[in-house]
Structures are given as C-alpha cells and as structure tokens.
Design a protein around this ligand. Sequence first.
Ligand SMILES: Cc1cc2nc3c(=O)[nH]c(=O)nc-3n(C[C@H](O)[C@H](O)[C@H](O)COP(=O)(O)OP(=O)(O)OC[C@H]3O[C@@H](n4cnc5c(N)ncnc54)[C@H](O)[C@@H]3O)c2cc1C
Ligand code: FES
Length: 279
Amino acid sequence: MNGVTPRRVHLLCQYPDGENARHFSFRIARPQPRDFEVIPGQFFMLSVPGCGEAPFSYVSVPDLEGRFDALIRRQGGLTAALFEQPEGALLGYRGPFGKGWPLLLGNERLLLVAGGCGLAPLAGVVDEAGLALYPIRMTVIYGARHRQSQVLGRERERWKGRVTLHETCDDEPRGQCHGNPLQQLRMQLALERPDAVFCCGPEPFMQAVAGECLKHGVLANRIWLSIERNMACGTGLCGHCYLGSSYVCTDGPTYRYDRYRELLGIGNAHPPTFSSEFC
Ligand SMILES: Cc1cc2nc3c(=O)[nH]c(=O)nc-3n(C[C@H](O)[C@H](O)[C@H](O)COP(=O)(O)OP(=O)(O)OC[C@H]3O[C@@H](n4cnc5c(N)ncnc54)[C@H](O)[C@@H]3O)c2cc1C
Ligand code: FES
C-alpha cells in the first residue's frame, strides 16, 4: 500500500489551458520504482502547504526523471492556492492511487468519450496508443461548452492525424462543431460498433453515454467510466469515497459499467436524460 506521508514534488511550470483551468508540469523529487508503473486513469494526491490535499488525474505519467503533467481546474481553496504557486515551488505528492484504464490488446476499435475536464484522465490513453506495438483504431469524441472552455489544447493539436478526433461545442454556431457530444456519439455508433468504450465527464453525462452505447449493441462489460467522489486518504482507510459498497480510491476510479450499475443497484433501468453540464 502507498504511504500516507506526502513526498516532495516540484512545480516545474504552469500555463492557462481552458477557462479556469491550467496545465501543470511537476517533477517528483526522488522517484521510486512505483512512480514508473503509473497507468493512465490512475490518480495522485497533491498537497499545497497550509491548504490541504486533493486528488488529480495524470495527463501524462511520470517519465524516468519523475516529470508528469496534470490539468487542473480552479474550484476552491486548494486549486486557487495552487494557481498562485511560482515555478520551483515545493509541494506534497502521494500516489499513484486507484485502478487505471484496462489494457486492451489486439486489433481493437476503441472509442473514448470525454466531457469538459474529463479529457484529462483519457489523455494518457491516446498518447500510449501512439506507442502501441499492435494495431489500434481510436476515435475520440470531446465535448465542451464552448471553444474557450476546451482543455488540453497542445495535446489535441498533437493527436490530430494520429486518431480520429471529433470536437463538439454546445455554443458553437451551427455547422462548426455545433451540438453536444451525445449527437456525435450516436452518429459514430451508427457507423461502427466499438470493441470498447472509455468515458470520463460529469456522472449524468457518462450514464447517458453508456446508455447510448448499450442501445447500439455495445455490451456493458465493454464500457468503462471514471468516477469522482470526494476523497481524503486515497488509500481505502477513511470511507469518504463510497460508491455503493466500493471505495472509489482503491477499487476505482475506473469502473466497468456492469459493475458500476451493480454497485448503484441500477439494474436495467433506462439511463437518465442528460442536459449538457460540463465541468
Ligand atoms: C479520482 C479523481 C481525479 C480527479 N482529477 C482531477 C483533475 O485531473 N483535474 C481537476 O481539476 N480536478 C480533478 N478532480 C477533482 C478535484 O480533486 C477537486 O475539484 C478538488 O476538491 C479541488 O480542491 P479545492 O480545494 O480547490 O476545491 P474544494 O473546496 O475541495 O471543492 C470546491 C467544490 O467542489 C466540490 N467537490 C470537490 N471535490 C469533488 C468531487 N470529487 N466530486 C464532486 N464535488 C466535489 C466541493 O464539495 C466544493 O463544493 C479529481 C477528483 C477525483 C476524485
Ligand atoms: S478516500 Fe479514504 S477511503 Fe477512499
């Protein structure tokens, strides 16, 4: 089990990356072997002295020098203080925690669906697909409220040409990516059925995405969601992060959709309707 004592991490740089969001690069002071085993979809706990600690996803996993990236949206006290930190600031780090996205082998058609800041935990999957030794066909659907709220601008630029990337903006004029990602998803599912779907965004959005996938014949055990809950320890000790009988910090944050439904006791109920509410 990972320790509960934070280790030292340096803030290397930060830059604006979407409305109220910034892209951060960190370097772990003394990387340990477990830092090189991070899987996209896992998370870490970041502490700012005097302000507390919160969980964040890896946008890129630690390299051999312990450098990694995160996309962080300003929410409350901790993130506001983080945005004010100068380059070189010494912060606290615990991790990696949780279960990442599953490793998919073989000739897979993988569909990633993200809403708002939900693109962050999926970024590593897109980057790793580029390095895969086996053929993988990846389509990414990314929905944001409007252009200014889109995140991971540099990553999306890099992905163009490597994967099929559909971006939608709710407030965009008609004909220019107008619409929400569910419309794009329906079109995509009508074209071909993916072998696996990874989804991250607000929970009602993910439920709606999973519902559309089921309607189009994707099995519940081929859909994965990344679930957020308030967290404190990150290690299964405090009980802050229950999802049914499961701890999101250790059993999640990625859950297979059939397991997620079982934990919530949803059964085969119809998915809720979704009104676009991105983070
Ligand atoms: C596994 C995981 C991965 C995450 N990854 C990222 C990431 O990559 N980038 C990012 O910007 N944020 C991420 N978050 C969310 C982030 O941890 C919270 O926004 C964090 O609490 C912000 O701290 P704060 O002190 O600035 O705001 P707070 O004062 O803690 O929160 C502000 C408001 O948000 C609510 N809130 C906080 N956390 C949650 C939550 N998990 N679910 C619902 N409401 C919440 C609080 O109740 C409060 O109303 C992640 C959360 C989890 C659980
Ligand atoms: S955050 Fe403490 S048990 Fe999950």
